[in-house]
Write a protein that binds this ligand. Structure first.
Ligand code: GLU
Length: 444
């Protein structure tokens, strides 16, 4: 089994690319096989090395490892051979219409209530007419001659599919400037590199109709399996806005979310599974099944990434979090992480609790008399698991305060906040010196 992820390095990887990469990756990792990273850089004017490097960085960050790599711009000789073969078979033919002429034909067809498909006028050009166009300086673009039959396949996700090639224009495979459009190189590579399953968004269903015929022409009858999944839409059900649709992996990474938060969402969005954080790639692999992918568009809400990231945080071990804590300069040890993780709705909130532990913070004191009494009862350090209950019992005995009236003013004075992690743990982390200073009303 071999699948491929085939991004064009003409922009940054975005969430829509991640869902494609991930579904291919989970499928092949579940069955055992090869994940090919194919850089679709036939558009040499728009492809850049920086975008290509970015794709590798993003996939690596996500943990979507690849086993093989191919680059389309290094394979033009292979495409030229396929081109020549199709021309010899009479399946690739030169056309000389300009864009304006094609546009006029389309408008005429529409005004006659006919489908605006290419009329194949170029197929009946004589050699003399072609020569006359060439003499005018026109360069041909090349179209693939569709069979006009129905193409059928058993889609891995959509089930039985048919595309009527009679209702489509013969696709342009090569532009007048000689550039290959995506359609032919993709098929040539899938054949040549042995891709067995093509898994992609349903915006490619019509393409598959044409590409299936190109596969058959080039191989004499074999083609890979196809699976097409619904595209992402915005939370309102409309197509993804430009801003969200282009939400880049880079910006997610820089926002500090865990890769597994992104992957959990992308693995489960538009499926029958609930959208919940899954804490390992192995668990995602085990849970993957094409049968779970629904036919309705998958609603993407960036807030879900945050929600899943918080879910993951609340269970994440110190070992796993250490690098992210260091990156924010908040690695205060395992006890600190275990104390605060349950209170984070986003990772960045950890800085607030690191500040409380390290200081300085401004204590919040409303009843100075009560806090002065507490200050007198503060035990000397070092503190252990029992220090907080010993201290609060003493304050309770002395003031008669209990429940919220006892705990809230102490929390406010010691942390400057109304809410937060368990005080038993925070008290140990804050320690005697800072506790004493804060109960004395000092910024510490
Ligand atoms: N480079 C193509 C794209 O990004 C690949 C499509 C495919 O998976 O066949 O649209």
């Amino acid at each position: 089994m071999k699948v491929r992820f085939a991004p064009s390095p003409t922009g940054k990887l975005h969430v829509g690319n991640v869902i494609t990469a991930l579904r291919n990756w989970l499928f092949v990792r579940q069955h055992g096989g090869t994940f090919l990273l194919r850089i679709d850089d036939t558009d040499t004017a728009r492809s850049t090395k920086a975008y290509e490097d970015g794709i590798r960085t993003d996939l690596t960050w996500l943990g979507l490892t690849w086993d093989e790599e191919a680059r389309q711009s290094a394979r033009f000789d292979v495409y030229d051979k396929a081109r020549d073969k199709l021309i010899a078979m009479g399946l690739l033919y030169p056309c000389y219409e300009t864009a304006e002429e094609l546009d006029r034909k389309r408008k005429i067809a529409l005004s006659r209530k006919l489908p605006p498909i290419y009329d194949r006028a170029a197929l009946s050009l004589s050699e003399a007419e072609k020569a006359a166009y060439e003499a005018e300086g026109r360069k041909p673009h090349w179209r693939f001659k569709l069979s006009g039959k129905r193409v059928a396949w058993q889609d891995l996700i959509r089930g039985e599919q048919t595309v009527d090639t009679a209702s489509m224009s013969d696709p342009v495979l090569i532009r007048a400037d000689g550039a290959y459009l995506y359609t032919l190189p993709s098929v040539v590579d899938d054949v040549d590199l042995g891709v067995t399953h093509v898994i992609r968004g349903e915006d490619h269903v019509t393409n598959t109709g044409a590409q299936a015929e190109i596969f058959e022409a080039l191989t004499g009858g074999t083609r890979p399996e196809f699976g097409h999944f619904p595209l992402l839409v915005g939370a309102d059900g409309e197509t993804l806005s430009k801003r969200i649709g282009s939400l880049s992996v880079e910006s997610l990474r820089e926002s500090g979310v865990a890769p597994l938060a992104v992957l959990s969402l992308m693995a489960r969005i538009g499926t029958s599974d609930p959208i919940e954080a899954v804490d390992s790639l192995d668990a995602l692999i085990a849970g993957f099944d094409f049968a779970k992918i629904g036919r309705a568009p998958a609603r993407f809400d960036p807030e879900d990434v945050r929600r899943l990231d918080a879910q993951l945080l609340q269970h994440a071990s110190y070992e796993v979090m250490k690098p992210r804590l260091s990156a924010l300069n908040c690695d205060l040890g395992e006890a600190f992480w275990l104390a605060v993780r349950g209170n984070l709705s986003r990772f960045d909130d950890v800085t607030q609790w690191a500040d409380v532990v390290r200081g300085p913070i401004t204590p919040k004191i409303e009843d100075g008399g009560f806090i002065a009494t507490a200050a007198d009862l503060l035990p000397a350090g070092p503190y252990d698991e029992n220090s907080w209950s010993g201290f609060t019992e003493a304050v309770k005995a002395s003031t008669g305060a209990k429940g919220k009236a006892l705990f809230m003013p102490l929390r406010q004075a010691l942390t400057g906040q109304d809410h937060g992690p368990e005080m038993k743990l925070m008290f140990m982390l804050i320690g005697y010196e800072k506790a004493a200073a804060r109960l004395a009303g000092q910024v510490a």
